[in-house]
Design a protein around this ligand. Structure first.
Ligand code: SAM
Length: 194
């Protein structure tokens, strides 16, 4: 059941997609990744990122990230924590990365409050997330599959209106790409606290 709840084989051993690399483009300084999974993206961080803080609640995934952390030049800290309770001080990060995490969060607004708290002034959230489709038929399909999908994929809700949630939380949102991945609408972009 635990295996079913956290779809580990889906994430471990995968290669980073171009979108995940693009998500991290031109980041600098200290970057915190929410629900970082198995550290799949570690090799994609730009050299100007000096410190990477991976926050991950699942002990299996934290252990999976450790070997990849040894392979990068940046300092990597792998911390136990949940997206809505980040174990780092206020204003300690230049950027926060959310990749397929806001869709799973039991409290999106709580998570976004934490993102705001840990960002330094001028900092940004980079996101790569599911997005409710603007097409009502596709949005209806997303809603219909959600109960089963959520059980099979660690609480993921593919029809969540992530962009609306970001705006409601007081972020200025810039979408750099909207695209289907495995047929499901996704968005890639940047959000800055207003
Ligand atoms: C789909 S995976 C994405 C992993 C990684 N960010 C990536 O892009 O490959 C979702 C992540 O959110 C975390 N997560 C999901 N639900 C959670 C919850 N209720 N509390 C804490 N973490 C959760 C999982 O442990 C997992 O790391």
């Amino acid at each position: 059941m635990e295996q079913f709840h956290h779809p580990r084989p889906v994430w471990t051993g995968q290669r980073p997609t171009p979108e995940r690399t693009r998500l991290l483009d031109a980041l600098t300084g200290t970057v915190l990744e929410l629900g970082a999974g198995d550290g799949l993206k570690l090799a994609c961080y730009p050299a100007a990122v000096r410190e990477i803080v991976l926050v991950e609640a699942d002990p299996f995934l934290r252990a999976s990230a450790a070997p990849a952390a040894d392979q990068v030049a940046a300092t990597v800290r792998i911390l136990d924590g949940r997206p809505h309770e980040l174990p780092v001080p206020d204003a300690s990060c230049d950027a926060v990365v959310a990749s397929l995490v806001l869709c799973c969060s039991p409290s999106v607004q709580g998570t976004l409050r934490e993102v705001r708290r840990v960002l330094r002034p001028g900092g940004e959230l980079r996101f790569y997330e599911h997005q409710r489709s603007a097409n009502p038929v596709i949005a209806c399909c997303q809603r219909l599959v959600s109960p089963v999908w959520s059980r099979a994929a660690g609480g993921c809700r593919p029809g969540r209106d992530t962009l609306a949630a970001l705006r409601r939380a007081g972020f200025a949102v810039s979408v750099s790409a909207s695209f289907p991945f495995h047929g499901i609408p996704h968005v890639l972009g940047t959000a800055r606290p207003r």
